[in-house]
Design a protein around this ligand. Structure first.
Ligand code: PEP
Length: 249
C-alpha cells in the first residue's frame, strides 16, 4: 500500500554533536552560519550541541538560518527534585527550538523504551520544542528481516502526537560509515510514513534519514523518495562538512 500522506517540505538538515563540543567550538557555528546564510529558504538547518552550549549557541545563531536544538530532554515536564535532568522548558528557555528524543545511543545506554521516548516527546512539545523522534533497527533485526516491523512499532510507540519530526536511523549505520541502499531507505521511510499515518490519519510528517551521512553521499540520500532531510552526527562537527551536506539538499 502506498503512503497515505504527501511528504511536507521544506527539507530539514539537523546536526547532532553528541558529547562533543567546548565553547571554543562556537567558531564552527559561526562558520556554518556564514556558509549556509544564502541557502534556499526551503531548507531548515538545525544544530544540536550539548546542553552546556545551548544558550550560547542560541544567542550566537539568533536571527540567522540555524535553529538550535538539544539532544534529549527529561520525560518529566514540571520542575522538581530530579538531579541532573534538564527539562524541555529549561531547554526552550535557553533558546532551543528542537529536541532529539529516542536516539539509539540513549535507547541502548539508558534503557529508554518507546514509552519513555513518547513521554519525552510530549514534554518537548508541551514546552514548544519540535521533537525529532529517532527510530531504527539493529543489525540483528535487519538480518532477521524485521527492520520494517521494528521501525513501524517504534513509530507507533514513540510518537505521542502529530507535530513531530521522525528520524530513521538504522543503528548499524550510525558512526560506522555503512549506509543502507537507496531502495532500503525508501522502503523503511515508506513503512514509517504508513505507521505514522495509521496512528495520525491525514497528518503529514517529515522523515529524516540518519546514519553516516557525509558530504559525499548527501545529495544521493536526500534525493531518495520519502527522505525529507537528514540527521547528521560526526559530519556535523566540522562546519565545512555540515555546510556541504546542507547545500546538497
Ligand atoms: C547520529 O548520531 O544521529 C548519526 C547519524 O551519527 P553519524 O552521522 O555519525 O552516523
Amino acid at each position: 500500500m502506498p503512503p497515505t500522506t504527501t511528504p511536507p517540505k521544506p527539507l530539514l538538515i539537523a546536526g547532532n554533536w553528541k558529547m562533543y563540543g567546548r565553547m571554543a567550538d562556537l567558531a564552527e557555528l559561526d562558520a556554518l552560519a556564514a556558509a549556509v546564510g544564502g541557502v534556499r529558504a526551503e531548507v531548515d538547518v538545525v544544530l544540536c550541541p550539548p546542553f552546556t552550549m545551548t544558550a550560547a549557541a542560541a544567542g550566537r545563531a539568533k536571527g540567522g538560518r540555524i535553529a538550535i536544538g538539544v539532544q534529549d530532554v527529561a520525560a518529566i515536564g514540571a520542575d522538581g527534585a530530579h538531579t541532573g535532568d534538564v527539562s524541555a522548558a529549561m531547554a526552550a528557555d535557553a533558546g532551543a527550538r528542537f529536541a532529539i528524543v529516542g536516539h539509539s545511543e540513549r535507547r541502548a545506554a539508558h534503557g529508554e523504551t518507546d514509552a519513555v521516548v513518547a513521554a519525552k516527546a510530549t514534554a518537548a512539545a508541551a514546552a514548544g520544542l519540535v521533537p525529532i523522534v529517532c527510530v531504527g533497527e539493529t543489525l540483528e533485526q535487519r538480518k532477521a528481516g524485521e527492520a520494517a516491523a521494528v521501525v513501524a512499532a517504534q513509530v507507533a510507540g514513540s510518537c505521542p502526537a502529530a507535530g513531530v519530526v521522525l528520524a530513521y536511523e538504522p543503528v548499524w549505520a550510525i558512526g560506522t560509515g555503512l549506509t543502507p541502499t537507496a531502495a532500503e531507505i525508501a522502503e523503511i521511510h515508506a513503512e514509517a510514513r504508513r505507521a505514522f499515518a495509521a496512528k495520525f490519519p491525514g497528518a503529514a510528517v517529515r522523515i529524516l534519514y540518519g546514519g553516516s551521512v557525509k558530504p559525499g553521499n548527501a545529495a544521493e540520500i536526500l534525493a531518495i523518495d520519502g527522505v525529507d532531510g537528514a540527521l547528521v552526527g560526526g559530519a556535523s562537527l566540522k562546519a565545512k562538512d555540515f555546510a556541504a551536506i546542507v547545500l546538497a539538499g
